[in-house]
Design a protein around this ligand. Structure first.
Ligand code: PHE
Length: 348
């Protein structure tokens, strides 16, 4: 009998309880009136008189031990129950919560694609300030003093915030990212082969076709023997990678103060395929970029010898490219953050 008591003692010692059901099993086995300990007490009468007292004491010890364990187990189970009640019950039959991850803004998508295309042919990405001086935005780029682009109507000028007596400021919000080209040429020896994506500002009334803030990617390539052919090859490559197969491209003579010769680049309308529609004003062509050979004077303005180095530059509006690629007909959609618009670019 003493062996049996010892075994049960050990069993209780190693008992593990994790649920009310297990607690109940423990109670049934050791504590209840039909349990093993009661049974042993009943067997006490068969124990020889001489040993009965000692065995009885052992049995009482076992009973108390079982009772103690039971109490601490119940406390543990109560705590577990309380903790699990504070968590809402899970209904596995409910449909799952839709996975509402954000979408990339169409302008971001297109900017990244443009960067990818040019990076693969050896251009790196350069950055520069949006608040710029007249020199970097206009002067160094050969804009004459009386050029209409400097006019208050096109350019946002920035007033000095200090109490300086000299309140006239030549600071402005850049009207193109060409300022980064000047800064690059000033501090980097050719070869220079960079693109500069960024925000630009022009004083326009906001409408479906114009905005006072938009995005450009400009590019510049300065090295020995860079010619117009390189400009054409680069932009042909860009159009081929960016737009639908079969898209036509044409260079149209144009004028920019900082390039000579200059050309505007048109592609066949992506919306009507060149047949004529509202977007291309029924001409079948849409303009996507300005470009040209960097004027030797601009190269010299940045401290580079124009006799030794030549180069080309180009600039395009990201909104325009996005409009053609995704048929967005109102510029305001890009800044209104209407999720019904933005959601359409999910997964692109
Ligand atoms: N800076 C011009 C613009 O803002 C674009 C351009 C860049 C044209 C480089 C020619 C060469 O429209």
């Amino acid at each position: 009998m003493l062996d049996r008591v010892k075994d049960l003692h050990q069993e209780i010692e190693h008992y593990v309880i994790n649920s009310p059901e297990q607690l109940e099993q423990f109670r049934m086995r050791f504590i209840s009136r039909k349990g093993v300990i009661t049974e042993l007490f009943e067997g006490l009468k068969h124990v020889p008189q001489a040993d009965r007292r000692a065995v009885g004491q052992e049995l009482n010890g076992l009973k108390n031990f079982a009772q103690e364990r039971f109490e601490s187990f119940s406390q543990l189970v109560d705590e577990q129950q309380a903790a699990s009640k504070s968590v809402a019950p899970v209904d596995l039959t409910l449909p799952s919560i839709p996975n509402l991850t954000g979408t990339q803004h169409p302008l971001t998508l297109v900017r990244q694609r443009i960067i990818q295309i040019f990076e693969r042919i050896g251009f790196n990405v350069a950055d520069g300030p949006e608040i710029e001086s007249d020199w970097y935005n206009f002067g160094a780029l050969n804009f004459p003093d009386n050029h209409p682009a400097r006019d208050m109507q096109d350019t946002f000028f920035v007033e000095k915030a200090s109490a300086d007596t000299d309140v006239s400021s030549d600071m402005l919000l850049r009207t193109h990212t060409s300022n980064v080209q000047i800064r690059l040429m000033e501090r980097q020896k050719p070869p220079i082969r960079s693109i500069m994506p960024g925000r630009v500002y022009r004083n326009e009334t906001i409408s479906a076709r114009a905005h006072c803030m938009f995005h450009q990617v400009e590019g510049i390539y300065i090295d020995r023997n860079v010619g117009f052919k390189d400009l054409k090859d680069t932009l042909y490559h860009f159009v081929k990678e960016m737009f639908e197969p079969g898209t036509l491209i044409r260079f149209r003579p144009s004028y920019f103060p900082f390039t000579e010769p200059s050309a505007e680049i048109d592609i066949s309308c992506q919306i009507c395929g060149g047949k004529g529609c509202n977007i291309c004003k029924h001409s079948g062509w849409v303009e996507i970029a300005g470009s040209g050979m960097v004027d030797p004077q601009v190269i010299a303005n940045c401290g580079i010898d124009p006799e030794e180095y030549t180069g080309f530059a180009f600039g395009m509006g990201i909104e325009r490219i996005t409009q053609l690629k995704y048929v967005v007909n109102d510029l305001r959609l890009y800044t209104e953050n209407d999720v019904r618009f933005l959601r359409q670019f999910e997964g692109l």
